[in-house]
Design a protein around this ligand. Structure first.
Ligand code: S3P
Length: 436
C-alpha cells in the first residue's frame, strides 16, 4: 500500500507564464522498448522520469539491457538486437502501467524464453484478454488469472505467425502489442482499428528504420526485420498539459503557455473538445521533431459552454476526460459524453470515480454506462478520493482553482507515475495547492 499523499487546494488561482510539463509517457515507454531491441545505441532526451516508465526501464535491465539514466531527461540505451534479450530471473513488475504491461507482452510473446509480468493492485484488475486473444492467434501461449487479469505468464519459445486482427476496441495498446509481436512473426501482421488511436508505435518503428504501412485505419508490417538505433526527442506530454489547458480555461484572468507539447493528431482531441466548448487556445512554433509534431500552446481563460462530445474524438482524448469533466462543471449548460465505456477500465473506473468526486463537491452529474451527463454551474468545497488514479488527482487539483472552497484530494501518491513534480510545476503556474 502506498502512503496516503493528500493534496489540498485553495480557490482563486489563475494560471500565467510559461511552463514545460514532463515528457510524453507513451513515447517514453516505446523509446526504451524499441531502443532495447535495436542494434546500436539509442539516445533519448525529454524522457519522462515517472514511475511507469521507470518500470519499463527496470524490466529491460532485468533482461540484460544496459540503460544509463534517466538523468535530466536523458537516457542512453545500449540495444541488444531483436534476439538479444536474456531470460529474466524474476517476475517483471510493471507497477501501475497498462501500457508497459500490454506492449511488453507483445514483445515477450516473441522471445525464446518464458516470462511473468505482474502489476500493482490497480493493474492487477485490468483486462488483458484483449491482448492475449490476438497474441494466441499468432501462436503465443499466455496464461492470465481466470478473470483475464494479471499476472501474465508467457511461455515463450513459440514461433509466431502473422495474422490480420480486427481490433474489437479502439486501443493503441492492443494495436501496439500485436504489431510488436508481429516483429517476431513469420510473414505479415496487420490490424484494422475501429477508430483512430495514437500512432506512436508506428511512427517510432519507422524512426528505427522499420517499415510500417498505414492506410487509414489499417496498419501492417512484415516480421523478421531489424531495428536500427536512433536519437529520440520526447516532447512534453499533451495528457499532462491537458490539466493546465483546463485550469487556464476555467480560471479567470489566466494566460498560460505550455512549451514544446506533442501535438500528434491522434492525441489532440482535448484541444478540439475544449475549442468546441469555447476555449481560447492557440498553437505556435509548430514543427516536427523526430517524426512527431510539437507546438507551444497558449491558453487564455474563456467562458465555456456545455456540448455533446463527438464520439469520434473519444479515442483522441481518452486520457483527458477526468479534466474535461472538470471543465464541463464550470461550463454553461449541459455536457454529454457517450461512447466512452473504455474509461471504466483505466487506472480506475474513471466515470464512477470522477462522478463520485464531483458529486462530493456539489456538482450536478449523472454517470451512464458509457459516459456522463454534466450540468455545468459551479463546484464547492469537498473531500474526494482519487482511488490511486493519477489523472483523477490532477483533475481535481485544477477544479480547486475555481471551486467555492478548499478541495481535499486523497490517495495522490500515483501522480508520480506520470507527472513527477506536478505540485511544483502547478504551483509555479499559479495553482494554490499544498501536499500533506
Ligand atoms: C496508451 C494508450 C491508451 C491510453 C494510455 C496510453 C499508449 O490506452 O489510455 O494511457 O501508450 O498506447 P488504450 O490504448 O488502451 O486506450
Amino acid at each position: 500500500m502506498s502512503e496516503n499523499i493528500i493534496f489540498i487546494t485553495k480557490p482563486n488561482g489563475k494560471l500565467t507564464g510559461s511552463i514545460r510539463v514532463t515528457g510524453d509517457k507513451s513515447m517514453s515507454h516505446r523509446s526504451i522498448m524499441l531502443g532495447a531491441l535495436a542494434k546500436g545505441t539509442t539516445k533519448v532526451s525529454g524522457f519522462l522520469n515517472g514511475e511507469d516508465c521507470l518500470a519499463t526501464i527496470k524490466a529491460f535491465r532485468e533482461m540484460g539491457v544496459e540503460i544509463e539514466g534517466p538523468e535530466s531527461g536523458h537516457v542512453t540505451i545500449h540495444g541488444v538486437g531483436m534476439l538479444g534479450l536474456k531470460a529474466p530471473e524474476v517476475a517483471l513488475d510493471m507497477g501501475n502501467s497498462g501500457t508497459a504491461m500490454r506492449l511488453l507482452t507483445g514483445i515477450m510473446a516473441g522471445q525464446n524464453f518464458g516470462s511473468v509480468l505482474t502489476g500493482d493492485a490497480s493493474l492487477s484488475t485490468r483486462p488483458m484478454r484483449r491482448i492475449t486473444r490476438p497474441l494466441e492467434q499468432m501462436g503465443a501461449s499466455i496464461t492470465t488469472r481466470e478473470s483475464g487479469t494479471p499476472p501474465l505468464s508467457i511461455l515463450g519459445d513459440h514461433q509466431l505467425a502473422g495474422i490480420h486482427y480486427d481490433l474489437p476496441v479502439a486501443s493503441a495498446q492492443v494495436k501496439s502489442a500485436v504489431l510488436l509481436a508481429g516483429l517476431y512473426a513469420e510473414g505479415q501482421t496487420s490490424v484494422t482499428e475501429p477508430a483512430v488511436t495514437r500512432d506512436h508505435t508506428e511512427r517510432m518503428l519507422r524512426g528505427f528504420g522499420y517499415e510500417v504501412i498505414t492506410d487509414g485505419n489499417y496498419m501492417s508490417l512484415q516480421g523478421g526485420g531489424e531495428l536500427t538505433a536512433c536519437n529520440i526527442d520526447v516532447p512534453a506530454d499533451i495528457s499532462s498539459a491537458a490539466f493546465f489547458m483546463v485550469g487556464a480555461s476555467i480560471a479567470q484572468g489566466s494566460d498560460l503557455t505550455l512549451e514544446h507539447v506533442g501535438v500528434n493528431p491522434t492525441r489532440t482531441g482535448v484541444i478540439d473538445i475544449l475549442k468546441l466548448m469555447g476555449a481560447d487556445i492557440t498553437l505556435s512554433n509548430q514543427k516536427e521533431v523526430g517524426g512527431e509534431p510539437v507546438a507551444d500552446i497558449r491558453i487564455r481563460s474563456a467562458v465555456l459552454k456545455g456540448i455533446q462530445i463527438p464520439e469520434a474524438l473519444v479515442p483522441l482524448a481518452i486520457d483527458e476526460f477526468p479534466s474535461l469533466f472538470v471543465a464541463a462543471c464550470f461550463a454553461e449548460g449541459q455536457t454529454v459524453l457517450t461512447g466512452a465505456e473504455e474509461l471504466r477500465v483505466k487506472e480506475s473506473d474513471r466515470i464512477q470515480v470522477m462522478a463520485d468526486g464531483l458529486l462530493a463537491c456539489g456538482a450536478d452529474v449523472t454517470p451512464t454506462p458509457d459516459g456522463i451527463i454534466i450540468n455545468g454551474g459551479s463546484l464547492g468545497a469537498g473531500e474526494i478520493d482519487s482511488h490511486g488514479d493519477h489523472r483523477i488527482a490532477m483533475a481535481f487539483a485544477m477544479a480547486g482553482l475555481c471551486a467555492g472552497g478548499s478541495i481535499t484530494i486523497n490517495d495522490c501518491a500515483n501522480v508520480d507515475t506520470s507527472f513527477p513534480h506536478f505540485i511544483k510545476i502547478a504551483s509555479k503556474a499559479g495553482v494554490n495547492i499544498a501536499i500533506i
